[in-house]
Design a protein around this ligand. Structure first.
Ligand code: URA
Length: 211
């Protein structure tokens, strides 16, 4: 598993505003969207491309185009939805599938309650969107699910990671799976309630308001 913690002043600035307790949902949504676009730039560094012959107004040349099969973007409901526009802004031709997963706040166990993905993902590059890699269980289930259906390589885009979750993910995932985690920051730790410290609180609540 590769972990890319993006070191960029704009990422650090936007993340700092996201972390502030007083940042309200409307600003949080906007900044999360901008931050994901910056992360998407790095996350798509190995997206599959092929040469293409084109004519410029001046001459012919060999350019580059995205190839088929189209990449698949998979936001994990609910909070991953807040990352979708930021990702598809850079990958407008990607297809989008959804996984609905929920964490039990007592046991921290994850259950899947929705799945809108093709059964066959053979040779697809998949980008999983989940803002908080906390215990790692949601991403373990998602990565295994996509791999079992044939995904070629899987990149998880997160705003924040806990070191404990990264370790759990790394130990749980078959090393043969081509897995990359792209994140704006690796924080200090997980607390006893499963929150990332210092973190930014509950990403879903902050994006969408408390339900
Ligand atoms: N999920 C969140 O939204 N926040 C955390 O800190 C951990 C998991």
């Amino acid at each position: 598993m590769r972990v890319l913690e993006i070191d960029h002043p704009l990422v650090a600035h936007k993340l700092t505003v996201l972390r502030r307790a007083e940042t309200r949902s409307s600003v949080f949504r906007l900044l999360a969207d901008e931050l994901v676009t910056l992360l998407a730039y790095e996350a798509t560094r190995n997206v599959a491309v092929a040469p293409v012959e084109i004519e410029t107004p001046v001459s012919s040349m060999t350019g580059t185009r995205l190839t088929d099969p189209k990449p698949m973007v998979v936001p994990i409901l609910r909070a991953g939805l807040g990352m979708l526009d930021g990702m598809t802004r850079l990958l407008p031709t990607a297809e989008v599938g959804f996984l609905g997963m929920v964490r039990n706040d007592e046991t921290l166990e994850v259950t899947t309650y929705a799945n809108r993905l093709p059964d066959d993902l053979t040779d697809r590059q998949c980008f999983v969107l989940d803002p908080m890699l906390a215990t790692g269980h949601t991403l373990i289930d998602s990565v295994n699910y996509l791999h079992e259906r044939g995904a070629k390589d899987i990149t998880c885009v997160t705003l924040l990671c806990a070191p404990e979750g990264l370790k759990t993910l790394d130990e749980a995932i078959d090393p043969a799976i081509d897995l990359t985690v792209v994140t704006a920051a690796i924080d200090e730790k997980l607390n006893e309630k499963g929150y990332i410290v210092p973190g930014l609180g509950d990403a879903g609540d902050r994006l969408f308001g408390v339900v």
